[in-house]
Design a protein around this ligand. Structure first.
Ligand code: AHG
Ligand code: MN
Ligand code: MN
Ligand code: MN
Length: 336
């Protein structure tokens, strides 16, 4: 039975016993968790809180922004800008980086986030979430610029997400495994409910948007055809398909019971590596999945080793149960 300790106690133990995280990083994670609690309140209000529907604006991704995309972004900015832990922030919903205003003390960390992941599910009451990634500002850099954010996923100091579903659950790694906290609404605090998240190396569940099948490359079609062939096909076992269209919810299922999640390159926009964003979707999720014993590739190389070239860079994503990720990657590397 997992010890029912609070997020604060867990983080202090990580700081004190394992020397794993400095005080500044512990405090930063606590602020992000508080911001997620605040976002959960808005999410849970739904139609009663005037938070549904679109804001009418478009973001740098070319997506029509939902009201909650903007609300969540503002909550994260306001919660994090004054604490003194950060030098700057970056978000799916903002084109450039957000410098911590001079009236506040500057810190040594950089925070990136997808403030509201799964926006297409907001109005239909399906689980959505917030994804975040923490980097350290490069040593000796004077001031802070977008270039300071362009570090590979292996440089992350922490990563996590909060899923706003039947439970509000915060999932976190600081490089010492993956832990899950469930929001106790009576206390108003996150309580540790899973202290050793492990992804099984094999699975019978795959997650992909099948409507894009005709646009995939051959190795991707080969892998999915084999899954669909089931026990009479080359894999010799039946597979189930799940697709929630909120990455946080699909990844949460995989961290909870295994599976493989894929958002591959497709030929509709050949110049784009994929739909998902490297810095605040793929990298934090790859950190979590690897820390739980899984794998994460762009179908050819380890996502966390990719050198970013721009803040909103897109990437193909294959993550989850190690043996399936390796198979998909092998099929792509074997193809010419
Ligand atoms: P976001 O809502 O932050 O823009 O991200 C949506 C992403 C991801 O959460 C999900 O896995 C994927 O888009 C779903 O894409 P499709 O709607 O094309 O299936
Ligand atoms: Mn979006
Ligand atoms: Mn997203
Ligand atoms: Mn988003």
């Amino acid at each position: 039975m997992t010890r029912r300790i609070s997020l604060t106690q867990y983080l202090i133990e990580q700081q004190r016993q394992h020397g794993h995280i400095p005080q500044e990083l512990r405090l930063l994670i606590e602020v992000v968790a508080r911001a997620c609690k605040r976002i959960a309140i808005s999410v849970n209000k739904g139609a009663l809180g005037e938070v549904l529907g679109t804001a009418g604006s478009e973001n740098v991704q070319g997506e029509v922004q939902k009201k909650l995309d903007i609300i969540a972004n503002e909550v994260l900015i306001e919660a994090n800008e004054w604490g003194g832990h950060l030098a700057a922030m970056a978000s799916e919903e903002m084109e450039g980086i957000y410098l911590v205003p001079n009236r506040f003390p500057q810190g040594e960390y950089l925070l990136m986030f997808d403030p509201l992941d799964g926006s297409s599910n907001i109005d239909v009451n399906v689980s959505i979430g917030t994804i975040f990634s923490v980097l350290k500002k490069p040593e000796g850099s004077v001031g802070v610029s977008e270039a300071d954010f362009l570090q590979p996923g292996t440089a992350q100091a922490a990563a996590g997400y909060c899923v706003y579903g039947p439970q509000t659950t915060l999932v976190l790694t600081v490089g010492d495994g993956v832990v899950m906290f469930t929001l106790d609404r009576e206390q108003g605090s996150f309580v540790l409910t899973e202290d050793e998240v492990k992804i099984p190396e094999d699975t019978k569940e795959f997650a992909i948007n099948m409507s894009n099948m005709r646009h995939w490359d051959a190795p991707m079609k080969r892998y999915i055809d084999e899954c669909l062939a089931g026990s009479t096909g080359p894999r010799g076992k039946d597979f189930n398909m799940r697709w929630i269209a909120s990455m946080v919810a699909d990844v949460h299922r995989i961290l909870t019971r295994g599976g493989v999640f894929m958002y591959p390159w497709d030929k509709r926009e050949p110049g784009k590596a994929g739909k998902l964003r490297l810095m605040y979707e793929a990298n934090p999720m790859a950190f979590l999945v690897e820390q739980a014993g899984g794998a994460a590739s762009n179908a050819r190389q380890r996502i966390m080793e990719m050198q970013p070239s721009q803040l909103h860079e897109r990437v193909a994503v294959v993550l989850g149960s190690k043996n399936e990720v390796e198979r998909v990657t092998r099929y792509h590397l074997e193809a010419k």
